[in-house]
Design a binder for this molecule. Sequence first.
Ligand code: APR
Length: 320
Amino acid sequence: MARKKIALIGAGMIGGTLAHLAAQKELGDVVLFDIAEGIPEGKGLDIAESSPIDGYDSHLKGSQDYKDIAGADVCIVTAGVARKPGMSRDDLLGINLKVMKSVGEGIKTHAPNALVICITNPLDAMVWALQKFSGLPANKVVGMAGILDSARFRYFLAEEFNVSVESVTAFVLGGHGDTMVPLVRYSTVAGIPLPDLIEMGWTTQAKIDAIVDRTRKGGGEIVALLKTGSAYYAPAASAIQMAECYLKDKKLVVPCAAQLSGQYGLNDLYVGVPIVLGADGCERIVEVKLNKDEKAMFDSSVAAVHELMDACVKLDPSLG
Ligand code: APR
């Protein structure tokens, strides 16, 4: 059986990390595509030269030509501009929308059967635009945000409880941004929900509130520390989990930005919800029951996503 093909559109900080992880995990052969000449070729060669040491067989190729992504099984999109200190995700909108147009056209022409995982920010609006520009079915175009947000939530909780990160599950809904909705009562340590852990004296409501706040601002915390860019290790690990899940038809239930068609009373928008991710891409959207407070937070997150979509339509009326 021929190896699978993973196309990485954008070979910057996340793209390079994606290439390294995809090759190490032998998910398939890797094509790094970027408009910057030499960067994808250099990163591809550097990673390939580590393969004899680490013992994996994966062919890596750098390219500036969309033809090289032909027949890709998975396309992971990080092309665009990353957030700099003082820049909100929304500031990125104008630049990255144009990038989504060219990427969408490239994928439509050369890899129309791929699962497309978008990472470029502002995520929910970019994945929505990318699906429209590419014309691919909505179940095959998903956005990576929820796995990253919930991984941050899980990590902070594991530190608070001094337990393994593997024992912590977390649940995050809504748009990728400061309005995301970490759902405390659906987040657990070994199945014990956080409100019960507060009652058991493991932590306090104030500490959980602080962790929720830190999770919401998790991206900004890294930007402030790095000063010259945004997070890349955890975003790359999150997207690789999605790619692997699709290629192996694992049907993990994971939070992703998916197109809603009636779920949560919403239509034609992408927002973070739990989905079943398998060989058909987004196979099912899980509609959880929200209480009044959660619904209010989700609604305000959705409103923030709608605002970005409206701004996109103003910039490019073809999206309307
Ligand atoms: N086509 C292909 N590649 C492009 C294009 C384009 N039209 N425009 C820019 N690029 C490339 C850049 O040359 C750069 O190598 O996209 C890459 C982006 O890499 P970085 O600037 O290192 O950004 P990164 O940290 O990888 O983040 C990428 O993901 O999380 C989001 O906010 C983040 O939107 C950003 C994206």
